[in-house]
Design a protein around this ligand. Structure first.
Ligand code: ADP
Length: 471
């Protein structure tokens, strides 16, 4: 089968979170199964662009409201990623250094989607599946079915994967003229509660919808940032498929970001040596258990609870542990985390920003990873942590519930708590300290964690099965 993935992110080209990791891995594994999976994404000004060679494969133009845009599709020359990578270049709109966060993101991603559909309409053949990811590609199924110029694409089956339903790409109806001439009888397929909602539109128009874990799918019927009743209504076409992790990128035995490398046989020494590097760099005490947090500092991740939970743990548990936080996000959380550095010298440190290398070093060198998320569609951090022998401490939600079993249960290997509150987080840290006091238990747990299989093979086969059901 030929599958075209449409996404705003794809690792290592451009990544802001888990979406990038998934779109950088899934197509590669689909190709390994003998399919032809391709990725099309915006051409941002990232390092990857300057370090690789590209061929121009298509040039086109389109109107969006009162603007006219020329676009170019370029293709990476060497197939280095394990799949064909196509970038959409729209001068002045997409060619920015970051993926998101600009005042004209609505225009940027709408234009990206129009360019993709327009390009697709010029193909000599049709792909078997168009697989769109999140709201930044959510208007593609609607356009393929309802824009007059593209209706010849309407028979191509479309699949939507929701990596995060919190963000939906809302647009006021005044912007409806951005879409190429479309059948206005079909306005209901764009609308959700009085606005154009690209994510809701994709749920309505795609032939199948997947979420990145089964638990998240179930939770969305009661908690989906306003789309609850839509997921209840459309549940017949929805499936949960757990993400895998790219074992070729996330492997402590070969990871070039960490030193020394280690496997499950020498994990104790390997992890300790990596911990030493972190402790030296961040003025922490190697003899104490190291708790880390890596991720976006936003409400969804319950990052706002971290400062108080860290304070309470250090003060009420006599400073028996160290903390290291890596992330960026809401300004006031960043500020609180920065200010704490001078108050908890030797117990806590943080690095505000995005740092791929440091994240790998932290998965490798930490003893425990904190993930108190309020919402977690799948969560990759806990899987990376486990692969690197770090015990995950997670809230019982979404993909965290599907991947972590509490060590108090038979066969368990992590720590799970129910409420996103300072109390539950500190109590879990206390439980972690109890675990850390038992070297045999830690050793066994690390061995169990590193043997767990979160590879892409199972999920890839599930996606292929889903596509085949649409033939
Ligand atoms: P989400 O996609 O909701 O942000 P996931 O757990 O699915 O969360 O994926 C997060 C990915 O982003 C992981 O690969 C994680 O290591 C990475 N990441 C998040 N924040 C940072 C950061 N500040 N520096 C480096 N990597 C980060």
């Amino acid at each position: 089968m030929e599958i075209l993935h449409v996404s705003a992110e794809c690792y290592p080209v451009a990544k802001a979170g888990g979406l990038g990791d998934v779109v950088g891995a899934l197509p590669k594994y689909q190709n390994q199964l003998g399919h032809i999976a391709k990725v099309v994404m915006p051409m941002y000004r990232t390092k990857f662009l300057y370090e690789h060679d590209f061929d121009i494969v298509h040039k086109g133009s389109f109107g969006m409201g009162e603007y006219w845009f020329n676009f170019t599709i370029i293709k990476e020359r060497t197939n280095k990623l394990g799949f064909d990578l196509y970038l959409v270049d729209i001068n002045g709109l997409l060619d920015r250094e970051s993926v998101y966060g600009y005042g004209d993101d609505t225009e940027r991603f709408t234009a990206f989607q129009i360019a993709v559909v327009d390009w697709l309409s010029h193909w000599q053949h049709r792909p078997d599946i168009v697989h769109v990811h999140d709201h930044q590609a959510g208007l593609v199924p609607f356009m393929m079915q309802n824009c007059f110029a593209y209706r010849h694409l309407s028979a191509v089956p479309t699949v939507l994967t929701i990596h995060n339903a919190q963000y939906q790409g809302w647009m006021d109806w005044g912007l409806s003229n951005y879409l190429p001439n479309w059948d206005s009888w079909q306005w209901g397929k764009l609308d959700w509660q009085g606005r154009i909602n690209p994510l809701a539109s994709a749920v309505k128009c795609a032939r199948k919808v997947t979420t990145v874990s089964q638990s998240y799918l179930e939770e969305m019927r009661s908690n989906a940032n306003g789309l609850e009743s839509l997921f209840e209504y459309e549940k017949g076409k929805c499936t949960g498929i757990l993400n895998g992790i790219d074992a070729a990128v996330w492997d402590p035995a070969i990871d070039t970001y960490i030193a020394p490398n280690f496997t499950h046989t020498d994990a104790a020494e390997g992890k300790l040596a990596n911990k030493k590097i972190l402790c030296d760099l961040y003025n922490l005490d190697i003899s104490k258990p190291l708790f880390v947090f890596i991720g976006r500092l936003v409400h969804e991740k319950a990052a706002d609870l971290l400062p108080q939970a860290i304070y309470d743990s250090v003060y009420h548990m006599e400073g028996k542990m160290n903390f290291l936080v890596l992330g960026s996000g809401e300004y006031w959380v960043e500020q609180q985390l920065e200010n704490m550095k001078s108050q908890l010298v030797g117990y806590y440190n943080s690095k505000i920003g995005y740092n791929e290398k440091l994240s790998h070093q932290m998965y490798a060198g930490a003893d425990f990873l904190l993930m108190p998320s309020r919402v977690e569609p799948c969560g990759l951090n806990q899987m990376y942590a486990m692969r690197y022998g770090t015990v995950p401490i997670v809230r019982n939600t979404g993909g965290l519930r599907d991947t972590v079993i509490d060590y108090g249960e038979p066969g368990g290997y992590g720590i799970r708590f129910n409420v996103a509150s300072v109390g539950d987080i500190t109590y879990s840290i206390y439980r972690a300290l109890e675990m850390y006091k038992q070297p045999e238990l830690m050793k066994e747990t690390i061995a169990t964690l590193m043997e767990l299989d979160f590879s892409w093979e199972t999920s890839t086969a599930q996606y292929i099965g889903l596509y085949e059901s649409l033939k």
